[in-house]
Design a protein around this ligand. Structure first.
Ligand code: NAG
Ligand code: NAG
Length: 282
């Protein structure tokens, strides 16, 4: 069962005399099972007179409600945060945790226990803020080199295991490493039953946008399980258009045997190069 969805957004970034453009494409593949629990969100808006772009991958587990809630609320909440422009990291951190509480609140009368990852990249001015909860991942390429901007929240990460154990939890092997023998990631939205251990506090990295930045790729673990970061960059770079690149990545993951939902967003940065006088190139 193939379900492709693609879109393209072109944004012009010409604020503060900085000329550049980014374009972005999206692709999603629904695997063998009937339900699609991967969601994505792409938004551009003007906040405090400045153009901002937000990209997110939300990979649900145990149901799609947490992922759907994030798609509907996370970026709205973030842009409303009073310190979004002035202290973006703080705004992201507080918004992630508040949105998790809002979700749990909205589900408190149900017996459901849906959860979701959130890997997001937010462009404010000439900074890219990448925030992560769970095992989706965001990478970039700079001068052809793949650089991960998030570290997957796996329960057997030394620091994560320590955090979980000091909160009174256990990490057990059950086919893979799992919190309480249940959940194969160490942080998530939702997951009420494990909330003491499985927090929605994001890890955030801040990257300055410069001429070397070529690509931004966000994807669910359905991609990363079978496509290493370096492959993802070289595959994406071989395609002219970002939506073709996104589709290429999901197709590659599928042909390499990924059985999971696969969702990815590819963003290409186009920098206006100052051509040297008399240059024969280009
Ligand atoms: C999609 O992802 C969810 C959560 O990981 C999973 O439960 C569901 O079975 C997946 N669908 C496929 C087709 O693998
Ligand atoms: C965590 O476990 C996986 C196997 O599930 C292994 O590949 C990985 O290296 C482990 N990571 C750490 C930090 O121990």
């Amino acid at each position: 069962m193939f379900h492709w969805r693609r879109m393209i957004v072109v944004v012009t970034l010409a604020e503060g005399g900085r000329d550049g453009r980014l374009s972005c494409g999206y692709s999603s593949f629904r695997g063998k099972r009937a339900t699609m629990e991967d969601f994505y969100d792409i938004k551009t808006s003007k906040v405090d007179g400045q153009i901002v772009c937000l990209f997110g991958i939300f990979d649900g587990h145990g149901g799609s409600r947490a992922a759907e809630f994030l798609k509907g609320n996370l970026f709205q909440n973030l842009m409303k945060h009073p310190e979004f422009s002035t202290n973006t990291k703080l705004a992201i951190s507080e918004t992630y945790q508040q949105t998790d509480m809002d979700f749990l609140d909205s589900e408190k009368d149900t017996f459901r226990d849906d959860g979701s990852t959130a890997s997001t990249a937010v462009l404010v001015g000439n900074h890219l803020y990448v925030a992560n909860v769970g095992d989706s991942r965001t990478i970039i390429s700079k001068s052809g080199k793949a650089i991960a901007l998030s570290e997957d929240h796996k329960p057997n990460r030394t620091d994560e295991r320590r955090r979980i154990e000091s909160a009174g939890g256990v990490v057990m092997w059950a086919g893979t490493w799992r919190v309480g023998g249940v959940l194969a990631m160490s942080r998530a939205f939702g997951n009420r039953m494990l909330k003491q251990f499985v927090v929605a506090e994001p890890e955030i990295q801040d990257q300055e946008i410069d001429e070397e930045l070529e690509l931004l790729v966000l994807a669910s673990d359905g991609l990363w399980d079978v496509v290493p970061n370096e492959d993802a960059i070289s595959l994406a770079q071989a395609e002219e258009e970002p939506e073709a690149a996104a589709r290429k990545l999901t197709e590659t993951a599928f042909t390499r045997g990924s059985a999971d939902n696969i969702t990815c967003i590819v963003v290409k940065f186009h920098h206006k190069k100052a051509e040297p006088e008399g240059s024969q190139q280009g």
